[in-house]
Design a protein around this ligand. Sequence first.
Ligand SMILES: Nc1ncnc2c1ncn2[C@@H]1O[C@H](COP(=O)(O)OP(=O)(O)OP(=O)(O)O)[C@@H](O)[C@H]1O
Ligand SMILES: [Mg+2]
Length: 365
Amino acid sequence: MTAQAATSLGVELGVLAADVDDSAAGATRGIVVGSTESREELEAFAAGRDVVTFDHELVPREHLLALEDAGHVLRPGADALRHGQDKGHQRRRLDELGLPVPAHRLAHGVEDVEAVAAEHGWPVVLKATRGGYDGRGVWVISDAGAGRAVLERAGAEGVELLAEEHVDLVRELAVLVARRPGGEAVTYPAIETVQRAGVLRELVVPARTGVGLAAEARELALQIAEEIDAVGILAVELFETGAGLLVNELALRPHNSGHFSIEGAVCSQFENHVRAVLDLPLGETAPTAPVAVTVNILGAGAEPARGLGDALAVPGAHVHLYGKAHRPGRKLGHVTVLGREVEEARGRAHRAAAALSGATIGAAA
Ligand SMILES: Nc1ncnc2c1ncn2[C@@H]1O[C@H](COP(=O)(O)OP(=O)(O)OP(=O)(O)O)[C@@H](O)[C@H]1O
Ligand SMILES: [Mg+2]
């Protein structure tokens, strides 16, 4: 989707991908096969390019620092990216800034899990500080024995864990910021995110929360972008609680919560990411409709393309398929529907997504 935006602007985009069939291959000829684990392959890829940017967190920090030392322009830079790579670092930094985060501590042993439980009660959440996504790397622990089991497995794999309070959520929100190197920044409207089993399933924009809280969320996200010197898109994942907002996670790249913006905002997160990292004027983030609903297509039964006819028969359904190999539970695409009213847009988006997931139409609505 970033490649589609780059192409429209006449920007030549290269993608360092694990293989030639990477889903970006459907959108750009600029695929370079290589590994982000290899310093040499990263160097070769970066050579001669104006700017290097990212759509995941997995490039090892030592390689990022080496690229910067060699004079390559990374946007965002290695030190900003670290906030999306290491949840321990992110929590420490936000603590230092006095910004609200769930109560947490590094979990060296079961006594750390018990200490969080003593103060905040069970369950306690254990999460890997690095490498997790889609809820892999997050465990909700209901007693010390379960905590010990997770700690043992993590210890064997050399994974560092955070122990934190299980937050009583009213809902989850996300705010996207697009920021240029000089500090100019814009935010998109507050997004309501709905996760099931740790996986983002659905977005509702604007979030069904108070106007004041939505404004506060946007201010908080702008402040974080400034403090950590984010460049490009920064996604700030937030928990709304009865007592206000907590920051859950930061992602320094186009984010699943921003997929609505392709049709639902004047300028999409993908185009604004390209504009921001090239230090070009940012696009308008204003909504194009009163409501946008996006539903992720997760692999279920058949290949998504088999449901294309049924999905496109749903009025107003904007279908995006990523060209990824089908696997149960994998995010294979999304559907966005714009409208005047949430429930109608939701119903349509779910109908189209269900057709593409291989499920019976209407089953997920
Ligand atoms: N402390 C907590 N209290 C309650 N729920 C939580 C807590 N931490 C995480 N969760 C739930 O688990 C989901 C995934 O957690 P988190 O975003 O930390 O992990 P992730 O796997 O890195 O996610 P992503 O796919 O966004 O990268 C959250 O969106 C939320 O629904
Ligand atoms: Mg998350």
